[in-house]
Design a protein around this ligand. Structure first.
Ligand code: XMP
Ligand code: MG
Length: 185
């Protein structure tokens, strides 16, 4: 539906669904269903993590609650500045809660490492991260991530929540974008 903008399908809808199920089972084992900290609090990072967040919540066999944050480090360019701005903060206090940050993708790791530091100052009972995608070759800082769906090559990807200039989020799979779209060759 986007013509030939998508150069290749990197991860299919079926692969995403199977991996989400697998991650959900691993995550559920770490949190007792009736923990004194209350239900596991999923903190989704808007907008990229929306599909993963909702699919993961449905797959998790334990009760969860959802909060969202929006941070910006990108504009519409394709490389991280490391400068993070909170566009939308959490609505609720997370002190004493088990918190799981749900991310779409870790590229340089700069956004996530900033976010982890920020949330940890709010004194959650625990703070872990699950990300659907990670680009190991792009990492510029160490950040502890409990659960990773797929390690992918260092290429710009779109779909399943991920965008380029707000387009392509609605694709049900993860694909690579033809460089002609962002002015490459
Ligand atoms: P860093 O570099 O701080 O960046 O780990 C994380 C955020 O950057 C966005 N990002 C991407 N978005 N395709 C996208 O659509 C990509 O290949 C890509 N790489 C990074 C994303 O918002 C992520 O949370
Ligand atoms: Mg993101």
């Amino acid at each position: 539906m986007y013509g030939d903008d998508i150069a290749s399908v990197l991860i299919t809808e079926e692969q995403i669904a199977a991996k989400t199920q697998e991650l959900a089972e691993l995550i559920a084992k770490r949190y007792p269903a009736d923990a004194p900290e209350g239900d596991l609090l999923l903190v989704g990072v808007l907008k990229g993590a929306i599909f993963f967040m909702t699919d993961l919540a449905k797959a998790l066999p334990i009760p969860t609650q959802m909060e969202f944050m929006a941070v910006s480090s990108y504009g519409s360019s394709t490389s991280s500045s490391g400068v993070v701005r909170i566009m939308k903060d959490l609505d609720k206090d997370i002190a004493g809660r088990n918190v799981l940050i749900v991310e779409d993708i870790i590229d340089s790791g700069l956004t996530l490492s900033w976010l982890k530091r920020n949330l940890s100052t709010r004194n959650p009972a625990s703070l872990e991260v699950v990300t659907l995608l990670r680009k190991p070759d792009a990492l510029r800082t160490h950040v502890d991530v409990a659960h990773v769906g797929f390690d992918i090559p260092n290429e710009f990807v779109v779909g399943y929540g991920l965008d380029y200039a707000e387009r392509y989020r609605d694709l049900p799979y993860i694909g690579t974008l033809d460089p002609k779209v962002y002015g490459g060759s």
